[in-house]
Design a protein around this ligand. Structure first.
Ligand code: SF4
Ligand code: SF4
Ligand code: FES
Length: 928
């Protein structure tokens, strides 16, 4: 009979003569591990997400009274059982297993990874060579740029299959053949590099023998030659998922990266986090401060060879460069007033750096003209969330899908943009949750979807209002929840009456029956959750799109409980934190209005200076203000508006027009081309600082590498500029900045720097210094007056520019799995560039046929703002009449084409929709 210890059911049994307890569900191996009894294991991984398979028999133990030995990794103890893990019989059996396996391995001297888990266990057991005849050995497969495949070391443990199919849910690796012919295969026994592998590297991390390894560790003979001399735990520098990782370093160079068990990623990484690290060592890094040469003009669209910037710049000392940078700002402030200045901070820098940057602009420049790339990704979501639920952050972590039975993913392509979050969505779908994908492009996740709703581009509000109509008209809304926790329902219900599924069907392209079925399923779900991406937010009606999603959650009461809620998947690694820290023109840190006199008074008291009482300009408005000669000088830290802004002709002309531009970055970006002063700064692994991911998890990034040349940490540079602008700043490290920042941000209550350093990640809000933060918020209403969530009606607004005779296509833009944003990092990462080296435009099979071209032929895409030539790629996920272009490629910059029209609330441009022309390029012209 099971006993209870501390209220928990447990089993008591004997292990090597000692009485031990197993918690409910624990295996013999897990209890032994906890009790300090070492049992070898090969096909079992104790890491999260790995199911025990019990196939290798390396972990055999004796159970008294049983005829055969048992695999301890899979066997659960029973009450009173007597287990012998360390007696002669068990140890002899395990040795025999290793003896057999070693016989099939390459010789120890030439083994692919002499320190693999396999060899470590073999060493412990004193087995160097096998006594049995070896099998025929397969050859090496070096077809993949990131991973070396040497199946002569494979023991068919199946871990890589589980890694691929069950953990990352990519379904590329399988086990084929029988008996002696059994082997792992990629797809249909393709070379790895030709398979559908997405290079997440989970298999490499799982493989216990070195049969699968990062290519960076082995030589041409496939023998490991590289070993780290240092390991540093940190966070991935790319997307908002915020995967924790470990940098493995040798001689101050990154050698390889392992996933770490962070709360968001549970050891998983995607191709960028695992293999996209060597941009930090790229020879194009800026290592000296530079000043523009006297008389060198700024010409829009000009290209400067990053390896030879001396055509336009001269080297300077730090003092000289900082003095020139600060004096330029002071002169403009004197001549034109504070409104003549502006700053773009970075969602790639730390919270402390974001805080310092906005503080410099507000107290040193004297203006609220400070913004960053959140304006270009989720500003409309933030506007709608602040209005509707009083908080801009997610209501539940994405990992909450484990508790959801219905999951909506709308306007988001997580397998490319948030790949590790996508693994949790796919796992939920495999477990039986209904995954509903709503997107004009059929995303890769459609394979896992219960419903794919491929609505017409730009008609989100029509589709969502139809669902809201069904829920209201069929009385499927949660009356009690609506009454207790929301306001505005009567007017809202009246508003959605007009949007019947039948009337919306021709507008959004989803049939009325499907709209009804999905609405009913969502409303009736036990726990339903909504995720959205920039397909929702990057529209002139982005705020209205988000309002509909908020209403969907509120009227059904699908919020505030485990497995429910609203989650805009944030883009950059620290876009949440940079916004929280006040890198926004209308808000101080923690979203406190700059126009509220009481709040401003508090900040004036804290910072000891009078502050600008008016909200500042946003990203696109700042570009307009430069053209209008209002803004004359800018400080840009780690952003690349010459690639990321809409209508790049306009943006680049603005940057070239500035009287004084200071750019702080790690590469000579397309923006730095127009700089008067270039300040060489730090890549993420070169500094300490906290970051906040999409889940509200504040995590610690740690300095792992020295700075190259004379480059400096971003926080140091901002402080030095502030001092030269007359501010008395004395911070010596980000840990000096954090307490001041946290003291102004109630969200960070109970989360000290020391706590984040100790725990690696703390979710906000946290109720006490020793209590974990809350994964789910809004369980008792909302941080709004009365605690009510606000229902806001959304009307149908067409996109700003619709297709016509001259521009009959719809252009939509976004990211690719391998390339991050403007490509300044990923295109300088060897593996990522090798996988995706070329600018492409994705079009449908129908478009390819209509243009009379073959996939891969060059095409020309034009809009009213510009033209780019790029390679066509046939993509069956793209509807006819639509062209998708990733915006990472400078040689075919998608944003030369995009429309700068803004959402009136979030001021976000309409990146996801404009009218375009797509043409074949005549062969002769393409070849030139
Ligand atoms: S490749 Fe590695 S992980 Fe995969 S089955 Fe072989 S030994 Fe196991
Ligand atoms: S999912 Fe995002 S955070 Fe995680 S490894 Fe990939 S890019 Fe990095
Ligand atoms: S580790 Fe238990 S059977 Fe392989």
């Amino acid at each position: 009979m099971k006993k209870h210890i501390h209220g928990e059911k447990c089993v008591t049994f004997t292990l090597d003569g000692r009485e031990v307890h197993a918690h409910d569900g624990e295996t013999i191996w897990q209890v032994a591990q906890r009790e300090g009894v070492e049992i070898p294991h090969l096909c079992y991984s104790p890491e999260p997400g790995y199911r025990a398979d019990g196939n290798c028999r390396a972990c055999m133990v004796e159970i008294e009274g049983e005829r055969v030995l048992a695999a301890s990794c899979i066997r659960k103890p029973a009450e009173g059982m007597k287990v012998n893990a360390s007696n002669h019989r068990a140890e002899t059996a395990r040795k025999m297993v290793f003896d057999l396996l070693v016989s099939d391995q390459p010789a120890r001297e030439t083994s692919h990874d002499p320190i693999s888990k396999f060899w470590s266990w073999a060493d412990k057991m004193g087995i160097e060579t096998g006594r049995f005849p070896e099998r025929e050995k397969p050859g090496a497969d070096r077809s993949h740029p990131a991973m070396a495949v040497n199946l002569d070391a494979c023991i068919q443990c199946n871990l890589c299959v589980r890694a691929c199919r069950e953990v990352q849910v990519n379904d590329v690796i399988g086990m084929a053949g029988r008996g002696h012919n059994e082997k792992i295969v990629f797809d249909f026994d393709d070379p790895m590099g030709n398979s559908t592998c997405v290079a997440c590297g989970e298999c490499v991390q799982a493989c216990p023998t070195g049969a699968l390894m990062p290519s960076s560790l082995v030589n041409a003979e496939n023998v490991r030659t590289e070993y780290p001399d240092k390991k540093v735990d940190s966070v991935c520098p790319y997307c908002g998922v915020g995967c924790q990782l470990t940098y493995n370093i040798k001689d101050d160079k990154l050698l390889y990266v392992d996933g770490k068990n962070g709360p968001a990623n549970e050891n998983r990484l995607c191709v960028k986090g695992r293999f996209g690290f060597d941009y930090v060592h790229n020879p194009q890094r800026i290592t000296k401060p530079m000043i523009r040469k006297e008389g060198v003009p700024k010409i829009p669209h000009e290209f400067i060879d990053p390896m030879n910037p001396w055509t336009h710049f001269r080297e300077a000392t730090w003092d000289e460069a900082l003095d020139k940078a600060a004096q330029g700002f002071l002169k403009i402030r004197e001549q034109n007033g504070p409104k003549g200045l502006a700053g773009f901070g970075s969602a790639k820098c730390s919270n402390e750096e974001a805080y310092l940057f906005q503080k410099l602009v507000r107290t040193g420049f004297g203006t609220n003209n400070v913004d960053h790339c959140t304006r270009l990704c989720h500003a409309s979501s933030v506007a709608a969330l602040l209005e509707g639920v009083g908080s801009a952050a997610v209501s539940a972590t994405f990992n909450e899908v484990k508790n959801s039975d219905v999951i909506i993913v709308i306007g988001s392509n997580p397998t490319e943009n948030h790949p590790v979050a996508a693994t949790f969505f796919k796992q939920a779908a495999k477990r039986g949750a209904k995954l509903i994908i709503m997107d004009p492009r059929g995303t890769a996740m459609k394979r896992h979807a219960w419903k794919l709703m491929q609505f017409k581009n730009g008609t989100d509000v029509a589709m969502l209002n139809a669902m809201l109509n069904v829920i209201v008209e069929e009385n499927l809304y949660d009356k009690q929840y609506v009454q207790t926790y929301t306001e505005g329902f009567p007017a809202f219900a009246e508003h959605v009456k007009q949007f019947t599924p039948e009337e919306m069907e021709p507008i959004c392209g989803i049939d009325a029956d499907t709209l009804r079925e999905v609405a009913r399923t969502f409303a009736r779900a036990e726990n339903a959750i909504i995720f959205w991406g920039m397909g929702v937010s990057q529209h002139t009606h982005g705020t209205d799109n988000a309002r509909c999603l908020i209403a969907l959650s509120l009227i059904t009461g699908q919020i505030g409980r485990p497995g429910t809620g609203l989650h805009p998947l944030r883009g950059q690694n620290n876009v949440q934190g940079a916004s929280d820290a006040g890198l926004i023109p209308m808000f101080f840190p923690d979203y406190k209005s700059v126009e509220d006199p009481a709040t401003r008074g508090a900040y004036e008291a804290k910072w000891g200076i009078q502050l600008d009482p008016k909200r500042g300009l946003t990203v696109v408005e700042i570009m307009d203000a430069i053209h209008a000669d209002t803004i004359k000088g800018m400080y840009i830290m780690g952003e690349n508006p010459a690639m990321s802004d809409p209508d790049l002709n306009h943006a680049r002309e603005a940057l070239a027009h500035l009287e004084h531009l200071v750019v702080q970055d790690i590469f000579l970006t397309e923006t730095a081309v127009y700089a008067d002063v270039v300040l060489p700064s730090s890549a993420w692994p070169e500094k300490d600082g906290t970051v906040t991911n999409t889940n509200r998890q504040v995590q610690m990034g740690r300095k792992a590498l020295p700075l190259p040349g004379d480059a400096k940490e971003d926080w140091w540079i901002t402080i030095e500029l502030a001092k030269r602008m007359g501010l008395n700043w004395t911070y010596a490290h980000p840990r000096d900045v954090y307490p001041e920042m946290a003291s102004m941000m109630p969200a960070l209550d109970n989360i000290s720097w020391e706590r984040v350093e100790r725990e690696n990640a703390v979710t906000y809000p946290s109720d006490a210094p020793d209590k974990p933060g809350r994964d789910v918020v809004f369980d008792k209403g909302f941080p709004r007056p009365g605690g009510f969530g606000k229902l806001v009606a959304a009307k149908l607004t067409p996109p700003d520019e619709t297709p016509d005779h001259d521009f009959p296509f719809i252009l939509t833009t976004g990211r690719q799995l391998e390339h991050w944003h403007t490509g300044s990092m990923t295109r300088r990462a060897t593996v990522l560039d090798a996988i995706e080296p070329t600018a492409i435009a994705a079009v449908s099979r129908g478009t390819i046929a209509k243009l009379g071209i073959r996939p891969g032929d060059m095409i020309r895409v034009s809009t009213r703002r510009g033209t780019v030539d790029l390679q066509s790629r046939q993509d069956d996920a793209v509807p006819d009449g639509v062209v998708f272009i990733p915006f990472a490629y400078v040689e075919a910059a998608a944003n030369l084409l995009t429309n700068p029209a803004l959402d009136p609330f979030g001021k976000i441009p309409e990146f996801k929709y404009c009218a375009a022309k797509v043409e074949a390029i005549p062969m002769r012209e393409a070849a030139e």
